[in-house]
Design a protein around this ligand. Structure first.
Ligand code: ARG
Length: 435
């Protein structure tokens, strides 16, 4: 006997089932926990509005608790022939409780069920991403302080430009992550709205108490308009994707820097041998494969908003099955981002930073601006000082003083890591503080 919730007495074609179910049986496992929590809130509300008796609720809730513990133990499976997590949970309830189990779907549809599952899942996943960002942020800040006084070349146009420092370099990525957190928080706020009660996308004639399920599930507020609630499928994913993509762009950029600074021609940083990879032909090689894979993954993650946009552009209003395919794209992406953030932290914990890089005469000209500024402080107008140093360079008689005095806010001598930490803390509070 076919196990579709919508079964009306005929056996659906197996090929059609496989094609339409796709990867749902695996992917929906990640929604299982939220599906049960959503059902608990829904039936608690159904009892409140008189669609379930107290006795029925008292039998249903423990049965759902049991399913939840099966999920938590990692023993929950979506059986062959069962379409998705929503069907599996309902089948488990009906096989245990008979007719009472069949009552829980009043006033809802799988369309708002999957929506509420996804919102809860994204909320959790965005918190997990924030925590991973927080871990990397702490490492970057610590490295910035530790290597505060180690100078390195700063480049413009990839030409040697002005003195920079490892303190600035590490600290820059820490602060850049605070901007990414703004997008994470925005995605979180979009996800943190309750679609439950929108049913198939047009509401229900039952007097559903949507404020109640909103409170029970800890959402900020409902998606009020039922059509808007259904429209939020796709919109929420795109917001999450944009947040993921911006973090990925920061991390991809960092990975590129590492590959470059590790290049023998720069040689600014290195890693212990066991964290590098070798070549099958060149015996001397110590390659930065970790950061190349990271760069590649982060570049791929930046395609996410595009992929989702193309998948969802110009869909008709209301539920369309195409929406299911977003799970295939977004679910692996959030996991991959967290893996990349943690791997970056793991590697950076072991980074070796070269001392006295700027003593090398190839960086002599990096001090020209310092010397111009020194003349200005001695009373020479800037343009005259610029010309004097410029002529010395031109006539190959320039000798750098190698003195670097940067003291203003955010500069080599004052990277403002404490201010950056405060900024991150308040952004983290918005999302982690909620827990
Ligand atoms: N697996 C489906 C999805 O992710 C669940 C909702 C099915 N709804 C439907 N009307 N067929 O979209």
């Amino acid at each position: 006997m076919a196990k579709q919730l919508w079964n009306k007495g005929f056996e659906p074609d197996k090929a059609i089932e496989n094609f339409t179910v796709g990867q749902d049986r695996e992917l929906d496992l990640r929604l299982a926990r939220y599906d049960v929590l959503g059902s608990m809130a829904h039936i608690t509300m159904l009892q409140e509005i008189g669609l379930l008796t107290r006795e029925e609720l008292d039998r249903l809730l423990p049965a759902l608790e049991d399913i939840l513990s099966t999920i938590e133990k990692g023993e929950f499976v979506i059986e062959e022939g069962v379409e998705d997590v929503h069907s599996q949970v309902e089948f488990m309830l009906t096989s245990k409780l008979g007719d009472i189990g069949k009552k829980i779907h009043s006033g809802r549809s799988r369309n708002d069920q999957v929506l509420v599952d996804l919102k809860l899942f994204f909320r959790e996943e965005l918190r997990n991403i924030s925590e991973a960002i927080g871990r990397l942020f702490a490492i970057l800040q610590r490295l910035s302080e530790e290597h505060k006084d180690k100078l390195m070349p700063g480049y413009t146009h990839l030409q040697v430009a002005m003195p920079s420092s490892f303190g600035l370099w590490f600290g820059a990525y820490a602060e850049s992550l605070t901007d990414d957190m703004q997008l994470i928080n925005a995605a979180y706020r979009i996800a943190n709205q309750n679609p439950l009660g929108s049913a198939a996308g047009y509401g229900s004639s039952f007097p559903l108490d949507r404020e109640m399920t909103t409170d029970l599930l800890g959402f900020d507020r409902p998606h009020y308009n039922v059509v808007a609630a259904q429209m939020s499928r796709g919109k929420t994913e795109r917001a999450v994707a944009m947040a993921v993509a911006t973090v990925a762009s920061t991390l991809g950029h960092l990975a590129m820097d590492v590959c470059m600074w590790m290049c023998n021609n720069f040689g600014f940083i290195s890693f212990p041998d066991e964290l590098t990879t070798g070549s099958s032909i060149m015996p001397h090689k110590k390659n930065p494969d970790v950061f190349e894979i990271m760069r590649g993954k982060c570049n791929r993650l930046q395609a996410l908003p595009n992929e989702l946009t193309i998948l969802t552009t110009n869909l008709p209003l209301g539920y369309n099955r195409d929406l299911q395919l977003m799970k295939d794209i977004v679910f692996p992406a959030t996991t991959e981002l967290i893996e990349c953030l943690d791997m970056a932290g793991y590697m950076l914990e072991h980074i070796q930073v070269k001392d006295n890089i700027l003593d090398d005469p190839r960086y002599d000209y990096i001090f020209t601006v310092e010397d111009v500024n020194r003349l200005v402080l001695e009373g020479m107008p800037f343009r005259d000082a610029y010309r004097e140093v410029g002529m010395a360079v031109q006539e190959k008689r320039y000798k750098p003083t190698r003195e670097v005095h940067h003291t203003h806010l955010g500069s080599i001598g004052n990277p403002a890591n404490d201010k950056i930490a405060e900024k991150m803390e308040s952004l983290m509070d918005e999302i982690i503080g909620e827990k």
